[in-house]
Ligand binder design. Structure first.
Ligand code: SER
Length: 344
């Protein structure tokens, strides 16, 4: 047999070994991940494949193709999440039981074409939830700090509170949360979600978000020692390092369903800082790094409507959420990993 012909066999064996090694498994999951090339997808797929076996995690993209690590390590399918029959066909073809639905348009890009943001974010989710209803899948939905608005309490933002967002992205997140709740209560779909804060990672840059400065700043610090921030000094927002976000996304889907009272999305956070705090932390390692400001009014208005810091105690109580990285440890790790990557 050629090496290629052995690949599915090896994948199966790897899946079975992963199943035996990991605690708490009833069966090997068959997981579909939409938005495979995105900031979260590109790292979540690697983690899921390590955990459940490469052949059991189907990466899905549309316009953007994932990196070669993802393409070479397991199945990949290309389709538009707005195409309901394509979503269902892949669920059936791979006998999927869990869907991480990450495909979506972020906050700043959403403001440039609001109708497109609604179309992709809402119709994509509706198709995923329908496929899940028909074929008995669990669904992970990434909500966001963007689901809150100016009338939401900005400090220690509670799990249950006013959600009247100003951005179209935020509106799609609130509607998405409600749809997840609806499909759970009406049809018994095992929907679970997280209200992610800004996510910081060294692998794949975020595409068109309001919190992107917290990633851009690291590239600029290492290459030019200078960064112009598009958010104003004093703009405090919740943030999280990607390894924590990946752990959270896996943990909430593995949590005992009997302990979960929240089916729309849990508040989760790891740190809260303003641009000048991150700048000062970077300066501890790169003392001649400087930052100035050129405020982008669109992204500033969005950021001003988001919480300063969320209360994530419900996630901590119900499924043991606990971040590992704070501002200093995240900054050290980002500088370390990115400096190696940029040299390479
Ligand atoms: N990071 C996202 C954004 O800025 C928020 O969910 O759009």
């Amino acid at each position: 047999m050629e090496n290629k012909e052995w690949e599915p066999v090896w994948r199966r064996i790897a899946g079975t070994i992963a199943e035996c090694l990991n605690e708490g498994f009833n069966h090997v999951k068959r997981i579909l991940v939409t938005g495979a090339a995105g900031q979260i997808g590109s790292e979540l797929i690697v983690a899921l494949r390590q955990r459940y076996g490469s052949g059991n995690v189907i990466a899905c993209g549309h316009r953007t193709v994932p990196n070669s690590e993802i393409l070479d390590s397991g199945p990949f399918e290309s389709f538009d999440v707005r195409d309901s029959s394509a979503v269902t066909a892949v669920v059936v073809q791979y006998d999927v039981d869990t869907i991480y639905h990450l495909a979506g348009i972020l906050s700043a890009t959403g403001e440039t074409r609001p109708q497109r943001a609604w179309d992709i974010n809402i119709n994509g989710l509706c198709n995923v939830l329908e496929a899940a209803r028909q074929h008995g899948c669990a669904v992970f939905f990434p909500s966001s700090i963007a689901s809150f608005g100016l009338s939401t309490p900005q400090d220690n933002t509670p799990q249950e509170t006013i959600q009247r967002p100003q951005s179209i992205y935020g509106i799609t997140k609130v509607a998405g949360e409600l749809l997840c709740d609806y499909y759970h209560h009406r049809f018994g779909v095992d929907s679970r979600g997280l209200r992610f804060p800004g996510l910081i990672s060294h692998e794949t840059p975020p595409g068109g978000g309001t919190t992107d400065y917290a990633v851009e700043i690291f590239y600029a610090a290492l290459t030019e020692k200078k960064y112009t921030c598009f958010l104003r000094k004093g703009t405090r927002l919740d943030m999280m390092y990607m390894p924590d976000a990946i752990r959270a996304a896996i943990a909430v889907m593995e949590a005992n369903p009997g302990r979960l009272s929240i089916r729309n999305a849990f508040n989760v956070t790891a740190m809260s800082f303003a641009p000048e705090d991150l700048c000062a932390e970077i300066q501890k390692s790169i003392p001649d790094f400087i930052m100035d400001y050129k405020v982008d009014p669109v992204r500033q208005a969005i950021a001003d409507s988001w919480p300063n810091n969320m209360d994530d105690s419900v996630a901590r109580e119900q499924w043991g959420w606990q971040p590992e990285y704070d501002l200093p440890s995240m900054t050290r790790d980002m500088l370390d990993k990115l400096s190696r990557k940029l040299k390479a």
